[in-house]
Design a protein. Structure first.
Length: 72
């Protein structure tokens, strides 16, 4: 996938916030990869929604709509 956009430290913090007392390196790396894949899917969908609306700018509402059924 290339250079990571999400830092490994962020993945560690998210797992800790989720209740993990200790975090394995492989767990943090796996979460980082998953977050990037899901984020890219959401971004693509949001860009499609903006394009469909005749805009080049992706708005928060596009992202919110793109995450329906995935997050929240």
């Amino acid at each position: 996938m290339g250079d990571p956009e999400i830092g490994l430290a962020a993945a560690y913090r998210i797992i800790k916030k989720g209740g993990g007392a200790r975090v394995g390196d492989d767990a943090a790396e796996e979460l980082r990869v998953a977050m990037e894949e899901i984020g890219l899917q959401i971004a693509r969908q949001a860009a499609e929604l903006a394009s469909h609306a005749g805009r080049k700018t992706v708005k928060a509402s596009d992202v919110k709509l793109a995450t329906k059924g995935i997050v929240r």
